[in-house]
Write a protein that binds this ligand. Structure first.
Ligand code: PLP
Length: 471
C-alpha cells in the first residue's frame, strides 16, 4: 500500500480522548476508572496502527474495526486481558502429584484457613504471649516436629525458604573452609539449576569426591577422611536411578563411620516423606524418620514435596548442629514468613492427628486405581453424546514427581480422548486456553486425563471444556 494511503488511514484513527467520550466507553470509565480504560484504549489503537503499518488493514477493514470500537467490546476485552491475574489456578490432569511447574503440593483446607488468619491481621509470630516479650518464630513448628520425631533421639528442626536453601545453610554452617566427602554417584542436578557441586562451591566448603559414578564403598569414604574433613554428605538420587553394576554403602555404615571418626553426617533427602510410602505401594523410598532413626546427624528436605505443605526447606537433626545452622547470619536471609509458618503448622498438625487424607497430595497418592477408574468412567459418561470425541479408559501410571521416588509410580486409569478434526496437541492447546486452564499429558496421539490429580469438584469444568471444544 502506498505511504499516502496509509497516512489517510492513520488520520481516521480517533484520539484516545475521543474514544473515551463515546457513551459505551464512558460507561466503562465510570465502572473501571479513567486510567485503566485509557490505557486499554491506547493499546487497542496502537494495535490498529501496527496493523495499518504492516499493510494488514485496508480501508474496509479499518471501517469494520472502528465500528467495533463504539460498543466498547474490544476495549473492555483488552482491559480484562490487562487486568487478568498472571498467576492463576489450573486443573492438573497430568497425574503428576507433585508437579514442580504447577506449584507442587496443593495445600490443605486447614492450611488455607491458617494462612488467611495469619495474613489478614497481626499474629504472635515472634511474640511470647505469656511474658509479653519477644519470642522466636521457630516455636510454632518446633513443638510439632518434636512430637513427630519423638521416637528418634532428641532432634531440633528449623525452617528456611526451600530445600536448596537448607542444603546451602547446612554446608555453610557445618563445613565452611573445610572438606565435605561425597560420592561421585550423588553429584546430582535437580531441575531448576540445583547442582550439588555448585551449591557446595557457593557454601564455602570444598567438595571431596569419592568412588565412581556407579560404585562407591565405605572404604572410599574412609580413606578420604582428613584433618580438614568437616562433613560426610549423602544425597538422595531424587530424579534418576543407577542400575546394573552398582554399589553404595548403607546409611548405617555411613553413620557408623561418622561416629567412629567424629564427623557429622548430612543427608539431603530432597523429598522427605513424613508418612509411610510403602502404604501406597512404594517400598524403597526412605522417610525422614528412617534417616533420623538410623542416626543421621542432619537431614534436609522440602516442605512442598512429599510432606504436602508450603514451599519450605527443613533441617532436622542433632540440636547442637541445628543450633549452629540457626545462629548463622545466613539463616536470617533464608528464613520464611508468617504465611509459610501458618501453612506448615496446619500441615504438621494433620500428621500429628494422623489425618493423612486432609493433605491433598497424600490423599491423591492414597487414592486407589479403582476409584480413579470410577471417576474416569463418570467423566466418560458425560461425554458420550459428543460424536466428535472418541474416548477410552486405559490403564496407566501416575507419577509422584517433585524428586520423590524416581521410577516409583502409582497404578492408575486415564481417560484417553481423541477429537475428530484436531490433533492431540491442538486439543491440549485448546484445553490450556480454557478458563480455568487444563493441563494434560499427550500419549499415542490422544489427550490423557488422569483424574488422580484432579479435585472432584473440577471434573464438571473438564466436561464443559471438552463440550466447548466440539461445539
Ligand atoms: C528437590 C530437591 C532439592 C531442592 O529442593 P527445593 O525445595 O526445590 O529447593 C534438593 N535436593 C534434592 C535431593 C531434591 O530432591
Amino acid at each position: 500500500m502506498p505511504t499516502a494511503d496509509k497516512s489517510a488511514l492513520y488520520r481516521r484513527l480517533p484520539a484516545v480522548d475521543e474514544l473515551l467520550r463515546l457513551p459505551a466507553v464512558a460507561a466503562l470509565v465510570a465502572r473501571e476508572g479513567h486510567a485503566a480504560v485509557a490505557e486499554a484504549a491506547r493499546s487497542v489503537l496502537d494495535r490498529m496502527r501496527n496493523e495499518i503499518a504492516a499493510g494488514r488493514l485496508d480501508e474496509k477493514g479499518l471501517e469494520l474495526a472502528l465500528g467495533g470500537l463504539s460498543d466498547a467490546g474490544i476495549i473492555s476485552r483488552e482491559l480484562r486481558q490487562a487486568m487478568r491475574y498472571s498467576l492463576r489456578g489450573v486443573i492438573n490432569a497430568t497425574g503428576v502429584v507433585l508437579h514442580t511447574n504447577l506449584g507442587r503440593a496443593p495445600l490443605s483446607e486447614k492450611a488455607l484457613d491458617r494462612i488467611r488468619e495469619a495474613a489478614a491481621g497481626y499474629s504472635n509470630l515472634e511474640f511470647d504471649l505469656k511474658t509479653g516479650e519477644r519470642g522466636k518464630r521457630d516455636v510454632h513448628t518446633q513443638r510439632l516436629f518434636a512430637r513427630l520425631f519423638a521416637e528418634a533421639s532428641e532432634t531440633a528442626t528449623v525452617v528456611v525458604n526451600n530445600n536448596a536453601a537448607a542444603v546451602m545453610l547446612a554446608l555453610n554452617s557445618l563445613a565452611e573452609g573445610g572438606e565435605v566427602v561425597v560420592s561421585r554417584g550423588e553429584l546430582v542436578e535437580i531441575g531448576g539449576s540445583f547442582r550439588i557441586p555448585d551449591v557446595m562451591a557457593k557454601s564455602g566448603a570444598t567438595m571431596r569426591e569419592v568412588g565412581t559414578t556407579n560404585r562407591t564403598r565405605i572404604a572410599d569414604y574412609e580413606s578420604a577422611l582428613a584433618e580438614k574433613t568437616k562433613l560426610l554428605l549423602r544425597v538422595h538420587r531424587s530424579n534418576f536411578q543407577i542400575v546394573g553394576f552398582t554399589e553404595r554403602p548403607s546409611l548405617e555404615e555411613l553413620v557408623a563411620l561418622g561416629k567412629r571418626r567424629g564427623i557429622p553426617l548430612l543427608e539431603d533427602l530432597g523429598s522427605g516423606a513424613l508418612f509411610d510410602l510403602a502404604s501406597v505401594g512404594i517400598p524403597d523410598e526412605p522417610g525422614v524418620m528412617d534417616s533420623l532413626r538410623a542416626g543421621v546427624d542432619v537431614v534436609t528436605y522440602s516442605g512442598d514435596k512429599l510432606l504436602g505443605g508450603p514451599q519450605a526447606g527443613l533441617l532436622s537433626g542433632k540440636p547442637e548442629l541445628i543450633a549452629r545452622c540457626r545462629s548463622n547470619p545466613m539463616f536470617r536471609a533464608l528464613r520464611v514468613d508468617k504465611l509459610s509458618y501458618a501453612a506448615l503448622e496446619a500441615t504438621l498438625l494433620a500428621y500429628v492427628r494422623q489425618d493423612h487424607d486432609a493433605i491433598p497430595a497424600l490423599r491423591m497418592m492414597r487414592m486407589s486405581a479403582d476409584s480413579v477408574r470410577e471417576r474416569a468412567e463418570g467423566l466418560q459418561a458425560k461425554l458420550q453424546r459428543r460424536a466428535r470425541l472418541k474416548t477410552e479408559i486405559v490403564a496407566g501410571e501416575s507419577v509422584i514427581g517433585g524428586g520423590a521416588a524416581p521410577g516409583a509410580n502409582l497404578k492408575t486409569f486415564v481417560l484417553a480422548v481423541a477429537c475428530d478434526g484436531l490433533s492431540a496437541d491442538e486439543l491440549a492447546a485448546k484445553l490450556r486456553a480454557n478458563e480455568p486452564p487444563i493441563v494434560v499429558r499427550v500419549g499415542e496421539g490422544r489427550v490423557l486425563f488422569d483424574l488422580r490429580t484432579v479435585f472432584p469438584e473440577q471434573e464438571p469444568a473438564i466436561a464443559a471444556a471438552l463440550a466447548a471444544v466440539v461445539g
